[in-house]
Design a protein around this ligand. Sequence first.
Ligand code: SAM
Length: 349
Amino acid sequence: MENVLRDAHNRIIRDLRVSLTDRCNFRCFYCLPNGEPPLARKDTILTFEEITEICEIFVGLGVEKIRLTGGEPLLRRDVETLVEKLAELKLQIPNSKFKSSQSAMRNQQLKDLALTTNGFSLKERAGNLKKAGLDRVTISLDSLKRDNFRRITGVDKLEEVLEAIDAAKNANLTPVKINAVIVRGYNDDEIADFARFARENNVKMRFIEFMPLDSGHEWRREMVVSGREIRRRINETFPLKLKENSRGSETAWKYEFADGGAGEIGIIAPVTEMFCGACSRIRLTADGQIRTCLFSTKEHNLRDVLRSGAARSEIIEFIKQVVMQKEARHNINDAEFVQPERTMSFIGG
Ligand code: SAM
């Protein structure tokens, strides 16, 4: 039997996003503005051992990239220990329980271990995370102006985040990517400034369209600044050159600066330029639910399967049949669209 996760639409899953906690210490208005108490009870949150076991199984099934996220993943105590365990999946071929042939074995290795963070405590931890085996980080940065940063995130931490970006570069957690969710009336006037920031700091700036995943249900179509508009507005100040004609299974269209300036621009436009056809992602929530799409209205309880003492072959079977149910596409643009109950902070962005 095939040793990869292929869904009913012939997409192969290579990318697992693991939420380590549903808690966050920022209050971004587009995500978790009121800091609702975590939905998950403590005893439902996966332990590091459980996460490691699940990741090992996924890597055995062809997953090549793991991204740790949340909530704020650095709020989970001792993340470095988990990173150390997961980094072993890059060195070792997962054990022989999966193997049907020698050639399959060679392909089953983790290639990329990343973490997405708001950066608040990264300055102190970047070195140890690198030492533990983390490859790179993505840091959220939604404004370069102190007042506006506070308005968007609910916290006065711009300085700390800027320092975190420097620390990540110094620790070699590279390429450092910076995520900015662009929302009309909040930070669309800073688009060119973010592009300048990418050039001056030699980072990969990712501009993301605002998606209807906010707990405050503030999302309105008029607030979405389309990828096309973002591109046009950067181009007015810093002409861009498309790097590759295809996105592959990546979410971003990638651009370099036409004048050869440092840094990179990525535009992620899930609302106006849907890329579901090439989606290779799957998500695991902090409480052990598999989500096959950010916009799924259904979750699959892997935690209970794992805790029931199921054999590894049964866990693999469960995962495979969940993957077969992966949605063909999201339906944000359909009249009958219903916003998922869980926000980005619970799902794991
Ligand atoms: N706490 C970490 C952080 O701030 O990066 C990781 C979790 S956060 C949910 C992951 C990413 O999701 C962030 O870059 C954030 O900007 C993005 N995000 C959250 N809500 C979003 C929304 N409604 N639309 C688009 N992106 C969103």
